[in-house]
Design a protein around this ligand. Sequence first.
Ligand code: GLV
Ligand code: GLV
Length: 321
Amino acid sequence: GKYKVFITRSDMPEGGVELLKKQCEVNIWKAPLPIPRTDLIKSVSGVNGIYCSLTEKIDAELLDAAGPGLKVVATISVGYDHIDVAECKKRGVKIGYTPDVLTDATAELTLALLLSTSRRLPEAIHEARTGGWVSWAPTWMTGPGLAGAIVGVVGFGRIGQAVAKRVKAFNTSQILYFNRSERPEAKEIGAVKVSFDELLMKSDFVICCAALTPDTKEMFNKSAFEKMKRTAIFVNTSRGGAVDQEALIEALQNGTIRAAGLDVTTPEPLPLDSPLFKLKNCVILPHIGSAAIEARATMSELTANNILGALNGTKMPAELQ
Ligand code: GLV
Ligand code: GLV
């Protein structure tokens, strides 16, 4: 019979869903929000492929619930910290993800967030709408400019490099990067590899683009924020887990750093009573890094083609090795 595929969300972009429906027996979770864990466990029983997103934890329990017929898990994300890669490998389950196709979208959002944070756009918009705009004023709503600044990019993969290229167009004085391995592409971009500490101490803007791994977990901790300039702007578009969020809250409250722009938090969604929402010097976005219309459409098709490649025994266009 046909291969069985389960899609974890009702609102996956249509292109990929249609591709799968042409060849497979497709079941889709019908409710609008992420599927509750107990329903997910039930729904994957006996399937050959799972099309998921970063809101679903793919672990040993889930893989066991799917059973031995499961050949592939494909996530509509470049991050795969929600997937237990070792447990998939142990069972011969292939993993698909979506590198490259969201790099531009995420880099664009990173720049938007960086400038929104440094130039205080949410605060300024609020003032304009609520009567705070009483006159043009020489020192009101000021924030640091990018021209002439030193920018540090932590995690110099596809997205980090794309961010660095865009940042350069703002006439920054220097781009530093920190990455476990040397990146040959850095030379052409004009970025210089330094230690994590040196990057923290020298940068006016610190941007986190590092994938979440045991190595990067909470690398932005109290000691890291203390090494940063008191005038520094911190931006995170990777994963909330790269940051010790309590330490960040303290750093923002105490003026250890000037401001932060976050597209990712712990947990997600960030609870409305989080102290982060009370801070004027923190701009929070609801994890929309890749939310360009074109990127999401392409991500969906790539996710479907990853599943079809694995099931048909042809090449997966983006298999996690
Ligand atoms: C989004 O965060 C992704 O990993 O694609
Ligand atoms: C990380 O920066 C990636 O694009 O995978």
